[in-house]
Design a protein around this ligand. Structure first.
Ligand code: AHR
Length: 329
């Protein structure tokens, strides 16, 4: 655990009072985070799960970055269940870690456990996904993508490329129900296509951000809506699952049924380069270094931005061919 010098202790107390404890109704007993001996910062990290290629890359990057930064990582995999994440956070509080970071499975239902962290004077950093709360003093900062913008970029490409095609019947493969990227990517896309009446979402269902989910949902959608000629998948994995279902139905992905996805992991980029996907909006999983830097600042009592947005791009089929050889994940 992080052992404070006198000066750092005062700075941290001020920072936790403003950043983690907000209104100051926390427990000032000093029994919370930052306790223990040694100079190593301990971070409790509650990961969503291992549902996608994106998540695997994100986990590996966080573990690598913690090691590089000399931060001791207590890592927990919630297997896409909110109750598991809440238990992990409670266990981090009991262990008196110096800082908690997590990527919330869903947006709502976090206030109680975040209040427990606040009362224990343990700062919380949200990474990748945010929470829906009226009390923003419950976390110090949120590092991650602008998911609405990602959905908008997908929709703008659809308007430009599908707009001139006549009737386009879109199947939307949504991410995990209630998760920030599912809600926001849906919203951004719907806003972008709103003024293009020939683009119509004819079916919309969750595939839980997994390849198997994407395949199953696409199979069912093709059976009940044979007129589907476009897919908007909230991540690459569901898009890759959809490709399997489309091929099994005797159709050609990327031609008979055009596909837009989000993430740009290697498998998705390969399918894009192969012409099976038509456009990918990038969502960057390499958040580790920025997260460790934020953690060090927060524990040292330094001010940090309350929102850090990840920089991202988009890929056409030609751009995927160029980018693939250097793609890290
Ligand atoms: O929160 C990021 C999203 O979660 C990624 O787009 C998706 O692949 C993952 O499961």
């Amino acid at each position: 655990m992080f052992k404070k010098t006198m000066v750092a202790a005062m700075a941290a107390a001020v920072a936790l009072g403003t950043a983690a404890c907000g209104s100051g109704d926390g427990d000032d007993s000093g029994s919370g985070g930052g306790g223990g001996g040694g100079d190593t910062i301990t971070m409790g990290f509650a990961q969503v799960g291992a549902e996608s290629g994106w998540r695997t890359a994100n986990t590996a990057d966080i573990q690598r970055a913690a090691e590089d930064a000399g931060i001791e990582l207590q890592f927990s995999d919630a297997q896409q269940k909110q109750e598991n994440q809440i238990s992990a956070i409670r266990s981090f509080i009991q262990q008196k870690v110096d800082v908690i970071a997590f990527s919330p499975v869903v947006e709502t239902g976090w206030d109680a456990v975040l209040l427990e962290a606040k009362r224990a004077n343990i700062p919380v950093i949200l990474t990748d996904r945010s929470v829906d709360t009226e009390d923003e003093s419950l976390y110090v900062t949120f590092l991650g993508s602008d998911f609405i913008e990602e959905g908008r970029k997908a929709g703008e490409w659809a308007v430009e490329n599908w707009g001139p095609l006549g009737q386009v019947n879109i199947a939307e493969l949504q991410g995990t129900t209630g998760a920030a990227p599912a809600l926001d990517r849906q919203e951004g896309f719907a806003d972008a296509i709103a003024d293009t009446p020939n683009l119509k979402i004819v079916a919309s269902q969750t595939g839980d951000f997994t390849r198997s989910g994407g395949r199953e949902v696409m199979e069912a959608m093709l059976n009940s809506n044979p007129e589907i000629n476009a897919v908007y998948a909230h991540n690459d994995d569901m898009g890759l699952g959809a490709i399997e279902a489309i091929e099994a139905a005797g159709k050609v992905p990327g031609k008979d049924i055009q596909i837009i996805t989000v993430d740009a992991v290697k498998d998705g980029m390969q399918a894009l380069a192969d012409g099976k996907i038509n456009f990918i909006v990038e969502c960057n999983p390499l958040l580790g270094d920025q997260l460790m830097e934020l953690a060090k600042k927060v524990v040292a009592g330094e001010e940090v931005e309350s929102r850090v947005v990840t920089e991202e791009t988009t890929f056409t089929q030609e751009q995927a061919k160029e980018a693939l050889p250097d793609r890290q994940y």
